[in-house]
Design a protein around this ligand. Structure first.
Ligand SMILES: [Zn+2]
Length: 445
């Protein structure tokens, strides 16, 4: 071979190497096992061993303090309850601040024929000087059984033009919540067209044309206060019939120029219609649906109204059994049941995590830099912000995880054997289960 030919071969090899390296990073695996160790690091979709995630986002409509206690004892604790042994699931809830509805008669909110004023609300009616269940709401917020606000309250009115939730009520609500240390980052629209404070789905025509919460020119404008007080996720009143998706988040552009995360809630079935009542839980949680969720590795937020029934207990046997079915999926390691805030936080952290890998021989160091949120910008994180984040690694025993420059404690790390894909993993421990019966110490509603 002449020198020029050699040069050509050398250049050609170099070009091929670069193409190979840039297009197919895996191609170096065949030649250098040490490189392969680092390159095999890949994020797992869910914390080990789970393959999917479910949250219930229950609207507090029609829920009395007694009903709230009844169903959370069954869902969250392992105590014996009138509906059977508690399931010990991580299920959150929402709350109302005001009650301004005229929907009192003959609409009963429970089997004792109580009406709307008995529903759990922070204030009595619209009176910001008269607290009703404020202590109870603050207590369960701290306990983790409440994590979402169902608007500012119930402003449903038979006269849909009778809209009352103007900006001063929004302001007073935030002041009161701040005083109690309640800081939800999830807002769920409530109710009919009299709830002009709703937002997130506005269009000039159609069902959402009444929404004024994000219109700076309206007396019902408040989304600036909402964002200022830390709300980051909104359900915009649009029901979904899709049970499970890769991400439940989508960006919403507000009319005041801000942006916020919207999230999908499964709330209706194409054939049956709305399934978000407590008598339709067995229609929401079918074996087929849950298995499909697992197979597709999806997450879902399920809309409900746990306290919306009028039976002697919140869930009859058929519906309690549906929850038992869900609990069995968690027990076998297929579905992680999480309160709505945890699911949304996880969804965002997983999809926008910024991290880099540092390799030293066989050792793999995973450095978490933060979350590059496309709406709210880069965010530094604590361990609680990234719980559940899991990486496939060749050897979990030789992997470590850092947040910034700080290595995570052994108790925050989970090293796991091969899963259904045949790959081992290392991850940040999910939240420890809490099945304590908080009703034992609760202020009475
Ligand atoms: Zn509602």
């Amino acid at each position: 071979m002449r020198i020029t030919e050699r040069k050509h071969v050398a250049i050609l090899s170099l070009v091929l190497f670069i193409i190979c390296g840039s297009l197919l990073s895996g191609c170096v695996r065949w030649t250098d096992p040490k490189v392969s160790a680092a390159e095999n690091v890949e994020m797992r979709k869910f914390p080990y061993p789970y393959r999917s995630m479910v949250a219930f986002a229950s609207d507090i409509d029609g829920t009395t303090p007694q009903e709230f206690v009844q169903y959370h004892r069954f869902l969250n604790t392992e105590e014996m309850t009138p509906m059977g042994q508690g399931l010990g699931l991580d299920v959150g809830d929402s709350f109302f601040i005001y009650d301004a509805t005229d929907d009192t008669h003959p609409h009963y909110v429970d089997y004792q024929k109580d009406t709307a004023p008995k529903v759990m609300t922070f204030f009595n009616g619209l009176d910001i000087h008269s607290k009703k269940d404020a202590d109870m709401i603050a207590y369960y917020w701290k306990a983790g059984w409440i994590d979402s606000m169902h608007g500012y309250g119930d402003f449903n009115h038979s006269n849909k033009r009778q809209a009352l939730c103007t900006r001063p009520y929004a302001k007073a609500a935030w002041d009161a919540l701040k005083e109690e240390g309640i800081s939800p980052d999830i807002w769920i629209n409530h109710g009919n067209e009299a709830n002009k404070q709703n937002f997130g789905a506005y269009s000039k025509f159609g069902f959402a044309s009444y929404q004024q919460g994000d219109n700076p020119g309206s007396p019902f404008y408040h989304t600036d206060l909402l964002l200022h007080n830390g709300v980051r996720y909104v359900w915009n009143s649009k029901g979904d019939s899709t049970f499970g998706m890769n991400s439940v988040l989508f960006p919403i552009a507000l009319r005041d120029g801000h942006k916020i995360w919207g999230f999908h809630r499964y709330s209706a079935d194409k054939k049956i219609g709305w399934t978000w009542g407590p008598n339709a839980i067995y229609l929401q949680l079918t074996d087929n649906r849950l298995q499909d969720l697992v197979n597709k590795q999806h997450l879902v937020v399920i809309a409900q109204h746990f306290g919306g029934g009028n039976g002697a207990v919140p869930f009859n046997k058929k519906n309690a059994d549906a929850f038992r079915l869900l609990a069995s999926y968690q027990r076998k390691g297929d579905i992680l049941v999480a309160r709505t805030s945890r699911l949304l936080h996880y969804n965002r952290a997983r999809d926008f995590l910024k991290y880099h890998i540092v390799r030293n021989g066989d050792l793999v160091k995973i450095n978490i830099d933060g979350i590059q949120d496309p709406i709210f910008g880069f965010q530094h994180v604590t361990v609680d912000d990234v719980r559940g984040i899991t990486f496939y690694v060749p050897d979990p025993g030789k992997a470590s995880i850092f947040i910034g420059t700080k290595e995570l404690k052994a108790s925050d790390i989970v090293r796991s054997p091969a899963d259904f894909t045949g790959r081992k993993s290392v991850g940040i421990a999910w939240f420890a289960p809490v099945t304590y019966d908080y009703t034992k110490m609760a202020p009475k509603g």
